[in-house]
Design a protein around this ligand. Structure first.
Ligand SMILES: C[S@@+](CC[C@H](N)C(=O)[O-])C[C@H]1O[C@@H](n2cnc3c(N)ncnc32)[C@H](O)[C@@H]1O
Length: 284
């Protein structure tokens, strides 16, 4: 079978299995099997697959058709241009979270030796890209999952920023790590209401860790905790930056105001969903 034929059949198989972007996923998997950049596939369309490549390809396509996430099959996800190792212990980094990362390094980059907390670090994607953009920053990366922290540490090593990040294991709702004042607290916390978990897309429901998704009965549990815990730990000039779910901007803004926060800025994602909240402590 040539690579072009393999792509054509696999695209049909993945489409029939309900995969969202069947052609794109098939191309990524083929590039993985051929160990070449995706852009090179067109040049290799007439090349036959070897027996070993065919066996690997068949396995990957059947696993993707079983709705195992593409990034789990590749072992990596790209976040802000950096390749992050991912597995079933961490949320696959999402494109909308890149907006939070950009806001975070935009703010922290203007400060001298900022101290930053990434609450719920998962793969470490936010902590790592912010550390990479702000070389004099000190970042604390907190997660309740020791398995997630193992992945985050490996990613920090991979990108040469491990020396700038302190990893903390613990339940952040019980208190934030250390006793320093932060310049920036950022978080993409679990925010799916518990009752909505069963209706999520198969890839998410069955392969992202429940710990990374479940935001409690109304999905707002972690925002309530952060609204209370982050305020006394921020410098007066500091910021709290949060990713929120679709439709959560208003209730989260209300609970921040109730907890005594000052100005709150809301930013939309590419789908015009209010996605990022930037809150400042109230003026004394
Ligand atoms: C939505 S994921 C975000 C992961 C990563 N920051 C990202 O944006 O891709 C939320 C993370 O919060 C962690 N988490 C869940 N409950 C926690 C808790 N009580 N304290 C600290 N971290 C928690 C999960 O393990 C998960 O890694």
């Amino acid at each position: 079978m040539t690579t072009a034929e393999a792509l054509q059949t696999a695209t049909a198989t993945l489409a029939a299995a309900g995969v969202d972007a069947p052609r794109v996923d098939a191309e990524w998997l083929l590039a993985h099997v051929l160990d070449c950049p995706r852009a090179e596939l067109a040049l290799r369309s007439k090349e036959p697959l070897t027996e070993a490549q065919q066996a690997e390809w068949d396995l990957l396509i059947s696993r993707r058709a079983a709705r195992i996430p593409l990034q789990h099959l590749l072992g990596t996800a790209v976040f802000c241009g950096l390749e992050m190792e991912v597995n079933r212990h961490v949320l696959v980094p999402r494109p909308e979270t890149e907006l939070l990362a950009e806001q975070a390094w935009g703010f922290a980059g203007g400060l001298l030796a900022p101290v930053i907390l990434d609450f719920g670090t998962g793969s470490g994607c936010l902590a790592i890209v912010v550390a990479a953009h702000c070389p004099d920053a000190r970042v604390m990366a907190l997660d309740v999952s020791p398995e997630a922290l193992t992945v985050a540490r490996a990613n920090a090593e991979r990108h040469g920023v491990a020396a700038h990040i302190d990893f903390h294991e613990g339940d952040g709702r019980e208190g934030l790590p250390g006793d320093e004042a932060f310049d920036l607290v950022l978080s993409n916390p679990p925010y799916i209401p518990t009752d909505d978990l069963p209706s999520l897309q198969t890839e998410v429901r069955e392969h992202d860790p429940a710990l990374a998704l479940d935001g409690g009965a109304d999905g707002l549990g972690f925002y309530r905790a952060l609204a209370k815990l982050a305020l006394p730990r921020l410098k007066p000039t500091g910021r709290l930056m949060l990713e929120v779910g679709d439709g959560q901007a208003e209730p989260v803004a209300a609970l921040l105001a109730e907890a005594g926060w000052g100005e709150c800025e809301l930013l939309p994602d590419l789908n015009k969903v209010l996605r990022i909240m930037i809150a400042s402590p109230a003026n004394p």
